[in-house]
Design a protein around this ligand. Sequence first.
Ligand code: GDP
Length: 455
Amino acid sequence: MNDTTVAAISTPNAPGGIGIIRISGPDALKIAAKVFKPMNSADIAQSKGYRAYFGSAEYKNEKIDEAVCLVYRAPHSYTGEDTAEINCHGGLYITKQVLRAVLEAGAEPAGPGEFTKRAFLNGKKDLAAAESVMALISASGKQAAVAALNTLEGNLSAKIKECCEKITGVCASLAAWVDYPDEDIEEISMAEIESVFESVKAELESIIKNYDSGRAVTEGVDTVIVGKPNVGKSAIMNLLSGFSRSIVTDIAGTTRDVVEEKIMLGDIILKIADTAGIHETDNPVENIGVDLAKKRLERAQLILAVFDSGDEINAEDISIIEECRGRKAIALLNKTDLPRVADREIIDRNFDRVVEISALTGEGAGELEKAVCEVLSAGDFDTNAACLTGERQRACCLKAANHLEEGLSALRSGVTLDAVNVCADCAVDALLELTGEKATSAVVDEVFSRFCVGK
Ligand code: GDP
């Protein structure tokens, strides 16, 4: 249990109907009592939990605002600690004044995610559930929100626990047999170990697959728009984002920086970069843009390759086709409002998905949305299955699956059973890192550093 009391504004840093200043820790109620004066003169410091008081927030004996104070008693609060929440009007000045009064009354400023970190440290939620809080806050669509809520409510943790129990069940029998070979312990059959390892590994792989399908709706997919100059990349970006962010111009090579935007296509989030046309140039400034575009292209999870329907496919187009080989890519044949000159055959031969589009008239935008959804197989995302939240959890799952695979190979190649046991232990450790039971403090700190202050 933490012995410091922390406070922060939990509502957004913007004017709103209500602003909440949350105080959590052993002195939360004592500190709240110094700032909040209830109408009925009740002693907030001695209050029972689950109480709401109407009164006023004060700073240096002057009333700041009318307010309501909610009181929670440990362990029945979000953090598991004594907590007071002062609800005042959501003006920026007012909320900051109340926070200032609370800090001067003895609270320390809460760090990013500190309330949720305390909830984790106090056993209110495991690390996987804590991470889903941030995913829920940043969810920009229904599917992402449902998936995050399911994880918050323990869907994933329950599945991971089940996997751990299956592995540890085998480990216990293995350990007994390895440690006491002379005892009359029934030898666990190879087939039994193999079947448990295989089924848990398949379970983990399906969780990873579901996460990969869902990433398009939960976190967004790194996407690049590539194409030779003037094919209409910026125009397509503008069409997609619905407002002009990059300058659309007919002078070749003017889009020199990488402009990134998050856009929603149906339920899918594309983290989309409009890049300078990848082309040979002697202009050093343009070259910077071209280099940036190449880097983005390397790590992109989806490529939108644009071709000009009103122009011949030339060597520059061909080099872009080459870049897309073996990658998740959709060809966009732009400017379909102009008479067709480009040879569609060449594009059809090189891309599984070709969408005809006119950035000028907007024709084909619906087709593009359908193609993106299909290519990213976001339709396969099951929000009710165990859903991972973020790359950290994915890496833990993958590590566990790989250790089980090592265990299976060891088993099949006749290596001693204690080696198999080591693989099983490592798999369990990776899963316990996912739920936080065996995560190092560096991992925990890193997780919460990504949170916002006030959560
Ligand atoms: P970028 O260099 O690939 O980013 O190309 P831009 O988006 O700057 O577009 C180059 C030129 O093509 C501009 O003059 C656009 O107005 C024009 N353009 C873009 N899309 C279309 C389209 O669908 N139809 C027609 N007719 N012109 C387009």
